[in-house]
Design a protein around this ligand. Structure first.
Ligand code: PGD
Length: 765
C-alpha cells in the first residue's frame, strides 16, 4: 500500500486505499497539530450520497426549463454524460440568446476543495467568462461586512485582515489580549487552499504558559481554549459595540486616551467623542448604560478599561461578530477603541480581526501567491453583494443600496453553481427555496447529493480532490503540496475541468477555455510559469517532476514580521492609508454622506431586530448562535465519521443552559424542536453551563433536510433572518437569531439526506 500525498482545507496528509478499498489517512509528518477533521475523509469517499451519474430533475426533463415550485421535491432521472452536456449547452445558448449573459448567475460562492487548479469556482468563472460573462457576486459570507466598511476606515480591508501582529509577536509582547468573540480553536485548523503545519494551537499554548492575561468577551466559554486562564465576560449576544463604547467612554472620562495618537494618526475623533459623552443625544455611553445592554456589571467594564490602558493590549474581533445586523459597528468601534489606546503599530498592541476565525490569521509562514488558474475577464459588469441572492431571485428589477450607490437586481434565468452549497450557507432557507423556484434552470456540480444539488435541475457529479491530480497551499502555508490521485473517480464522476471542457467544446469556446491542455498539462504549465516568475526574483524552487515525485516542498520564507501598521506608525505621511484623509477614519465623512441610518458616519450602538432587548424576544426568548461547527468544515463531509459521531438523537447537537432546559422540561440527549416564525428544525439537546443563560448554540452545516418548513436534521439557517448587515455592506447576518425551543414528542421523522434522492434511469443511457 503506497501512501500518496494530498492536502485539504483542514490539513495536508498522505493516504492510500487498502485491499478492501478502505482509505487510510496519515497526517503530514511536519504537522504539530493535525486536524481531527481528517477523520471525515475515509467513509465519505464512497458514501451512498455521492452523485453516481449526471442526473436531470424529472420535471425539467419532461417539460423543459421554466420556474417550478417542485424544485427540491421532484425526483431525478440519471442520463449519460453526452445527453446531460448536450441539454445544458443548448440551455446556456437559449438563455444567452433570449436574455443575454447577464441572465446567468455564476457567482457560485463556496469553499469547494483544496487544490488550486481544480478549484471549482475558478473553473466555472473561467468557463463563463469565455462564454461571454455572467452576473457575479462580490465579497464573502465570511467577511462580507468588514470587506466593505474597512476600506472606509483604514483604506484596505487586507491591511486589517492580514497585517495585525503575528502570534509569535503577540506571545512575546502582549500583556492583555481582549478577545471579542474569543479565539475559537476549532476554526484555526482551517485555511482555504490547505495548511501543512497547524501553528496556532501551539501559540495558544504558549500564551497560556506565559500567563498572558486574556479577557474573553463571548456568550460561549468554548470560544477560547480551556487551558487559557481567561476572565470570561459572558456578554449578551450582539451587544459588543455597546461594551466597546463604554470602554471608550471610560478611557476619555478618566483621561486614559492617547490624544497624541488620535491627532497624528486619526481623523474624526472629536465627533465620536461627542457621541461617547452624549453631548448631542443626552445619552452618555458609560459603563452603567452598557451594563444594562450587555449584562456585564458596570464595575467590570470600568476595571477592564483601566487595565487595557495600563498595559500592552491587543484587541481582536472575530469575523463572526460582523456576521450580524449592523456588523460594521463592532469592527469600527474596536478600531476606534484601539486608536484611543494609542498602541496601533506597536508589537503585540493595537487591533486585529479574525484571530481564531481562520488558521492563517496571525500565522507565520511565507506570504506569496502559489500557482493558480487564470479566470479571464468577465465582460458583464452586473454583480450582487454575495448574501443578496434570494433578494435578487425574488425581486428582479428592484433597486437597492450598496456602499453608497443605488443598484438594480438583474433578471436571472439560469443559476450555475460549482463548489458551494447555498442551501447550507444562506439564511432563511425556506425563503431561499421560494427564490429557487424562480429561475428557468439551476445547475449544480458537486460530488455529493447536498441540499443544493437536490434543488437543482441538472446535477453533474464532480470528483473529490482525492480522485484527481492537483497542487495546493493556503495563504501562509509552509509547503506547496502535490496532490496525487489516491482513488479512481467514483462511478461516473468527472472533475469540473473535464465537465466544463466538454461543454466548451459544444459551445465553440474550447480553445479559449482549455488552451489545448489536459489537466496534467495545466499543472505543468501553471507550475512552470510560477517557477519562472520566482526565478526572476531570485527564488529557486524545484522543477515540476522533482516537486511531483517528492510530494511537495517547503516554501521559502523571509520570516519578516514587519506589519503595515508599524510602517504607518513610523511615518504616517509616507505610509498614508488609502482613506480620503490618509489616516484612520474614526468618523468617515464619506460614509456619513451616504445618509444610511443603519450605518452612520462613526461607530454607534444600534439595536438589532434579532436580540434579547427587542420586540421579537417576547415570542422567541432565546438567542441562537449559529457558528462554525467543530466536526466538519461548513457542510463539507457531514456524512463523514467525525461529523456523524457528534450527532445527538441522530441530529445536530444544540447546546443550552441547564436552567433554560429545566424550564422547558428538556433533558440531556432529548430530541428538541427549535423554532421561530421563519421555520423550525430538530436537534439533540446537550446541557452545559459554558454558555450564558438565554443563549443556545447550534452550529451550521448539518445537511438541510426539509419537510415543509421543518428541517429534520438541525440546520440553523432554516431559522436565521435573510436581513443584510446594513445598506452599506449588505453582508450576511447568519450568526444570531431569536428562537424558542420545546421538547419534541411523537414519532421522530427519519433523516433522508443520508440517502440519495429518488432517481430513475433514462432509456437513452
Ligand atoms: P461548504 O459546505 O464548504 O459551504 O458556505 P459554503 O457554500 O462554502 O460548500 C462547499 C461545497 O463544495 C460542498 O457541497 C462540497 O461537497 C463541494 N465541493 C467540494 N469539492 C468540490 C469540487 O471539487 N467540485 C465541486 N463542484 N464541488 C466541490 C460556507 C459559508 O457559510 C461561509 S464561508 C460562512 S463564513 C458562513 N457562515 C455562517 C455562519 O456563521 N452562520 C450561519 N447561520 N450561516 C453561515 N453561512 C456561511
Amino acid at each position: 500500500m503506497r501512501l500518496r500525498p494530498s492536502t485539504s482545507h483542514w490539513g495536508a496528509f498522505s493516504a492510500a486505499l487498502d485491499e478492501d478499498g478502505n482509505l487510510e489517512v496519515v497526517p503530514h509528518p511536519a504537522d504539530p497539530a493535525p486536524s481531527p477533521l481528517l477523520g471525515n475523509l475515509p467513509s465519505a469517499l464512497t458514501d451512498p450520497t455521492r452523485v453516481a451519474a449526471p442526473a436531470i430533475r424529472r420535471g425539467w426533463l419532461e417539460r423543459g426549463p421554466g420556474p417550478d415550485p417542485r424544485r427540491g421535491d421532484d425526483e431525478f432521472v440519471e442520463v449519460g454524460w453526452d445527453q446531460a452536456l448536450d441539454l445544458l449547452a443548448a440551455e446556456l445558448l437559449r438563455v444567452r440568446t433570449e436574455h443575454g449573459n447577464e441572465a446567468i448567475y455564476g457567482g457560485s460562492y463556496g469553499w469547494s476543495s483544496a487544490g488550486r487548479f481544480h478549484h471549482a469556482q475558478s473553473q466555472l468563472h473561467r468557463f463563463l467568462n469565455a462564454f461571454g460573462g455572467f452576473t457575479s457576486s462580490r465579497n464573502t459570507y465570511s467577511t462580507g461586512t468588514s470587506a466593505v466598511v474597512l476600506p472606509h476606515i483604514v483604506g484596505n480591508a487586507g491591511d486589517v485582515l492580514r497585517n495585525g501582529s503575528s502570534w509569535p509577536t503577540i506571545v512575546a509582547n502582549t500583556e492583555l489580549l481582549v478577545a471579542f468573540g474569543g479565539v475559537p480553536e476549532k476554526n484555526v485548523f482551517v485555511t482555504p487552499g490547505g495548511v501543512t503545519r497547524h501553528h496556532t494551537p501551539g501559540f495558544l499554548a504558549q500564551l497560556a504558559e506565559r500567563n498572558v492575561e486574556v479577557a474573553l468577551v463571548s456568550p460561549l466559554r468554548a470560544d477560547l481554549p480551556g487551558q487559557l486562564d481567561a476572565r470570561w465576560y459572558p456578554i449578551r449576544p450582539a451587544t459588543d459595540t455597546a461594551l466597546m463604547l463604554a470602554l471608550a467612554h471610560t478611557l476619555v472620562t478618566e483621561g486614559l486616551h492617547d490624544q497624541h495618537f488620535l491627532d497624528r494618526y486619526c481623523t474624526g475623533y472629536a465627533q465620536f467623542e461627542r457621541y461617547l459623552l452624549g453631548s448631542d443625544d443626552g445619552v452618555p455611553k458609560d459603563a452603567a448604560w452598557a451594563g444594562d445592554l450587555t449584562g456585564i456589571p458596570p464595575a467590570h467594564i470600568v476595571d477592564l478599561a483601566r487595565r487595557m490602558a495600563g498595559r500592552r493590549t491587543f484587541i481582536t474581533v472575530t469575523w463572526s461578530l460582523q456576521r450580524i445586523e449592523h456588523g460594521e459597528q463592532p469592527v469600527w468601534a474596536a478600531i476606534a477603541l484601539a486608536a484611543m489606546l494609542g498602541q496601533i503599530g506597536l508589537p503585540g498592541g493595537g487591533f486585529g480581526h479574525g484571530y481564531g476565525s481562520m488558521g492563517d490569521t496571525g500565522d507565520i509562514g511565507p506570504d506569496f501567491r502559489v500557482p493558480h488558474l487564470p479566470q479571464g475577464t468577465n465582460p458583464v459588469k452586473q454583480f450582487i453583494p454575495v448574501a443578496r441572492i434570494a433578494d435578487m431571485l425574488l425581486n428582479p428589477g428592484m433597486r437597492y443600496q450598496y456602499d453608497g450607490a443605488e443598484r438594480t437586481y438583474p433578471d436571472i434565468r439560469l443559476v450555475y453553481w460549482a463548489g458551494g452549497n447555498p442551501f447550507h450557507h444562506h439564511q432563511d432557507l425556506n425563503r431561499l427555496r421560494r427564490a429557487f423556484t424562480r429561475p428557468d434552470t439551476v445547475v449544480v456540480h458537486d460530488p455529493f447529493w447536498t441540499a443544493s444539488a437536490r434543488h437543482a435541475d441538472i446535477v453533474l457529479p464532480s470528483t473529490t480532490a482525492l480522485e484527481r491530480e492537483d497542487f495546493g497551499a493556503g495563504r501562509r502555508d509552509t509547503h506547496l503540496a502535490a496532490m496525487h490521485r489516491i482513488a479512481e473517480p467514483r462511478r461516473r464522476a468527472r472533475d469540473d475541468y473535464t465537465i466544463l471542457a466538454g461543454l466548451a467544446a459544444r459551445l465553440g469556446i474550447e480553445d479559449a477555455f482549455t488552451e489545448g491542455r489536459t489537466a496534467r498539462e495545466w499543472l505543468h504549465h501553471l507550475y512552470g510559469t510560477w517557477r519562472n516568475n520566482l526565478a526572476d526574483k531570485g527564488i529557486e524552487v524545484p522543477s515540476f517532476p522533482d516537486f511531483w515525485e517528492a510530494g511537495g516542498f517547503q516554501l521559502p520564507n523571509d520570516e519578516s514580521d514587519r506589519t503595515l501598521w508599524a510602517d504607518f506608525r513610523a511615518d504616517p505621511v509616507t505610509h498614508r492609508l488609502a482613506t480620503p484623509s490618509g489616516k484612520i477614519e474614526i468618523t468617515s465623512a464619506r460614509v456619513a454622506s451616504f445618509g444610511y441610518d443603519d450605518c452612520p458616519g462613526h461607530p454607534v450602538w444600534l439595536e438589532p431586530v434579532e436580540w434579547l432587548g427587542g420586540e421579537r424576544a417576547s415570542r422567541f426568548p432565546l438567542v441562537l448562535i449559529a457558528n462554525q461547527p467543530h466536526t466538519r468544515l461548513h457542510s463539507q463531509l457531514d456524512v463523514g465519521a467525525v461529523s456523524q459521531a457528534a450527532k445527538v438523537a441522530g441530529r445536530e447537537a444544540v447546546r443550552l443552559h441547564p436552567g433554560d432546559a429545566a424550564r422547558r422540561d428538556i433533558g440531556e440527549g432529548d430530541l428538541v424542536r427549535v423554532f421561530n416564525d421563519r421555520g423550525a428544525c430538530l436537534a439533540g439537546a446537550v446541557l452545559t453551563t459554558d454558555l450564558r443563560p438565554g443563549v443556545v448554540q447550534l452550529p451550521t452545516g448539518a445537511w438541510f433536510d426539509p419537510r415543509g418548513s421543518l428541517c429534520v436534521h438541525g440546520n440553523p439557517n432554516v431559522l436565521t433572518a435573510d436581513l443584510p448587515s446594513s445598506r452599506l455592506s449588505q453582508g450576511c447576518t447568519g450568526q444570531h437569531v431569536l428562537v424558542e425551543i420545546e421538547r419534541f414528542t411523537g414519532e421522530p421523522p427519519g433523516i433522508s439526506v443520508k440517502r440519495p434522492p429518488v432517481i430513475s434511469r433514462a432509456r437513452e443511457m
